[in-house]
Design a protein around this ligand. Sequence first.
Ligand code: ZN
Length: 499
Amino acid sequence: MITEEKLQAYNDWLFRKSAYDMALSIIMTDKMTVAPSGGSAYRDARTAYLSGELFSIVTDPAIIELLKEMKDDPDLDGDTKRAAYLYYKDAMATMCIPKEEFIAAEELMNKSYDAWLEAKTKNDYSIFEPYLKKVIETKKKHYSYRNSDMDLYDQMLDDFEPGMNREKYDVFFNALKERLVPLIRRVEEAEQIDDSFLYQHYDIEGQKRYCADLLKYLHFDSDWGYQNETEHPFTNWVCENDCRTTTKYIENNVASAILSTVHEVGHATYEHDCDDKYDGMILSEGISSGMHESQSRLFENYLGRTVAFWEYNLPLLKKQFPEQLKDVTPEQFTAAVNVARCSLVRTEADELTYPLHILVRYEIEKGLFDGSISTEGLDQTWNEMYKKYLGVDVPSAREGILQDVHWSDGSFGYFPTYALGSAFSAQFTAKMREEIDVDEALRSGHFEICVDWLKEHIHKYGCRYDADEIMKIATGKAFDVNYYLDYLEEKYTKLYHLK
Ligand code: ZN
């Protein structure tokens, strides 16, 4: 029986834990945006210490016992039970790792991040390789402590997307390969779209001024959000009503910062719009990586790459760049930001070829954990796979294996959720379009109409339910990959005038 006293102990624990979460989140955001690199050794050692303190809080045996009791207590309300279940699950995954090893791993991940950044800057995979190897060994060791019946990589996949495993992802990626590869070939053979105007000189100050307008349009307000700059854009929630997003401006690519801004604001809005009653607890977070990515990609691709969106936004962008965009219409601009072309860098990839970048990651990750692929020479393996699936020659490690940050901190099993999330968004958008006039909202400057729909059907629930349940709540149906494939086929058939 959960007494008042026990509930008080639970709430005190939540408060303590959230204080450490907040501190570590702001330190991490700071490290990845504005913190001078000279201070990193001093900072990283103290950050690792704080992580160790948090580890002790999360794995406190008295709390574990209490969470276990709470998650199964028939008299407790559903929200509290669900939160207790999720905390318990997290604690179980963490507490099987000895504390010294946990702290050492945190330090390793910090060093590995610095090595990745240096390797990328110097275009030299050999700087990062020893760290990548150590990170993989550490992950293998940590997962082996769980004593799970599940295969090692399946456990990692399940951590990022509960319920997913290699078997299900194989089916998913095979469906993608089957329908998208032929479609990509047809697009390659069609008459190409002129997108050269996107790659003229666009001075960064002008881009920043437009992005300020864009943030207003997206309702990313300064009373709860702040946008910074970084090498690899991300979003971090420091605490309730304090969300940090980032972007990266590129002088000769005007669409990059814009679309990454729309993407990150999608992540930010998802958690911001969660029901206030979940403030300060795990239920106010997103359900899973795939579900998070479904919201950011919905913003970026299903709203941000439409004609209606650009009917409103192009005049604002033209105010900053009247010469570069003089004769460009919203239709031409939209076509240009949707050009499909097999390329090198995932974050810059178009919607159609994007899942192939994920497919490469997925195949490599499977290989790294079943032992068929090694970190030595992985840059070459990478290049070979890009040739095989995307047909491109990779000229440098910077544009190849070193392009993304996520392996530096051991986030294996994470990449596949990017493709899955895109597929989720197709199904959500189809339902949203049945119920509201999305195009009218976008072209008339009422982006909030779309946000309100998402809030009502998805965001407000936080992670009260799992992804399968939210899909049914929001769309009335189980997840079906065909929404995604139909959407891409229809969109690119029209865009490239395919027969
Ligand atoms: Zn994202």
